[in-house]
Design a protein. Structure first.
Lengths: 111, 113
């Protein structure tokens, strides 16, 4: 059974800092991996999707990497801003099953 | 753009009552699914559908029913609500290909007392 783990569970940084969120998964047989943002009381918004054949994806200040063989992904946020404060979730889509989500990392960026 | 629409946003039920959470999408997606999100846990799949007339169980299906009579709609029914079903419920949809982004509704907060 695919397990997805996100560390740390919570992170607090000062504005302007570059930061990395981590996601690990136990089974490398995946179609893709997605990173989501969730604001309090809201649904999930997709940030980046990395196909299994890709190594990374970039969108603005966000860069996500994927190392399938080691079962790891990182989400890099450059020059963090208070508006980046949210919970970030990663999810993998296994080849033989539906998406599996991590529990998320709650990020607080202090002004 | 409506995307994925869920109703109601908030609901309080008494133990044993039944109710239906509505979900509709306007993106012509074949795949629709229901998840529940509990504190400290990731989203867990309840039921999913790959097209009209086709449904299947996810990780935590007990106590829930679904149907898919149209491409657009995928309601989730709680048959006899229990306090353990207190949770936030999310509906989602995507295309069937391996590279398709999944889109989520805003969530439905359900409390069973």
């Amino acid at each position: 059974k695919q397990e997805v783990t996100q560390i740390p569970a919570a992170l607090s940084v000062p504005e302007g800092e570059n930061l990395v969120l981590n996601c690990s998964f136990t089974d490398s047989a995946i179609y893709n991996l997605q990173w989501f943002r969730q604001d309090p009381g809201k649904g999930l918004t997709s940030l980046l999707l990395i196909q299994s054949s890709q190594r990374e994806q970039t969108s603005g200040r966000l860069n996500a990497s994927l190392d399938k063989s080691s079962g790891r992904s990182t989400l890099y946020i450059a020059a963090s801003q208070p508006g980046d404060s949210a919970t970030y979730l990663c999810a993998v889509r296994p080849e033989n099953n539906d998406m599996r989500f991590g529990a998320g990392t709650r990020l607080t960026v202090k002004p | 753009n409506a995307g994925v629409t869920q109703t109601p946003k908030f609901q309080v039920l008494k133990t044993g009552q039944s109710m239906t959470l509505q979900c509709a999408q306007d993106m012509n997606h074949e795949y629709m699914s229901w998840y529940r999100q509990d504190p400290g846990m990731g989203l867990r799949l309840i039921h999913y559908s790959v097209g009209a007339g086709i449904t299947d169980q996810g990780e935590v299906p007990n106590g829930y029913n679904v149907s898919r009579s149209t491409t657009e709609d995928f309601p989730l029914r709680l048959l006899s609500a229990a306090p353990s079903q207190t949770s936030v419920y999310f509906c989602a949809s995507r295309g069937l290909g391996t590279g398709n982004t999944i889109y989520f509704g805003e969530g439905s907060w359900l409390t069973v007392v």
